[in-house]
Design a protein around this ligand. Structure first.
Ligand SMILES: [Zn+2]
Length: 198
């Protein structure tokens, strides 16, 4: 699995990019300020986006990514997340007020964006990777992911344990890479929100 860290910060400054990892050149794990990091051709090569949660520093790049590739696309950009995360995007971003509803543009029959809800307790196959997930502890609905291929697995909690006074992490992307037989995530506030690898 090829992993490219495009950004890992909770805000933006020159040289500091919000959370986004690129896997195997076609899958984005969270979508921070990706359009500042990738060429247009690289953006067009992205087929799938996997979102941990809908805080701005984890999804602000999606609005501009879909707009950039709209006229280049041969197929819609698929966005995968638990249903509550996708609903937040529908309600507060792609609502034809803050930003156009690209799940219905350029046409409802052939949109630029497809939302795909992950089912709790079920694995998914996304961009050639096996995806397992569980809810992790954060202020909003957040998923931690285990992404696997033949070489091994990567755990991504979506939120680090430490929090600022504002309640948001604002810190580095938490990621752990090692071989593992089965992922376990602590669930619910009050426990450690970082993933546990066994
Ligand atoms: Zn957050």
């Amino acid at each position: 699995m090829k992993i490219r860290v495009l950004g890992s910060y909770g805000s933006r400054l020159p040289g500091f990019i919000t959370s986004c990892l690129m896997l195997n050149d076609n899958l984005l794990l969270d979508v921070g300020t990706v359009t500042s990091s990738l060429s247009l051709a690289e953006q067009d090569a992205v087929t799938d986006v996997l979102l941990s949660h809908a805080h701005l520093d984890h999804m602000d790049g999606l609005a501009f990514l879909v707009d950039n590739v709209l006229t280049l696309q041969r197929q819609p950009l698929r966005v995968w997340a638990p249903a509550p995360v996708l609903q937040t995007l529908r309600d507060h971003l792609f609502n034809d007020k803050v930003w156009p509803d690209f799940t219905r543009l350029p046409t409802a029959e052939a949109p630029a964006l497809l939302f795909r809800a992950l089912v709790e307790g079920e694995s998914a196959e996304i961009a050639g990777l096996k995806i397992d997930w569980a809810r992790t502890c954060h202020q909003v609905y957040t998923a931690g992911y285990c992404l696997s291929d033949r070489e091994g697995s990567v755990l991504f909690s979506g939120t680090p344990r430490a929090r600022s006074r504002s309640g948001h992490s604002g810190g580095d992307v938490p990621i752990s890479r090692r071989r593992l037989s089965s992922p376990r995530f602590p669930i619910g506030c009050g426990n450690a929100p970082m993933p546990v690898v066994t």
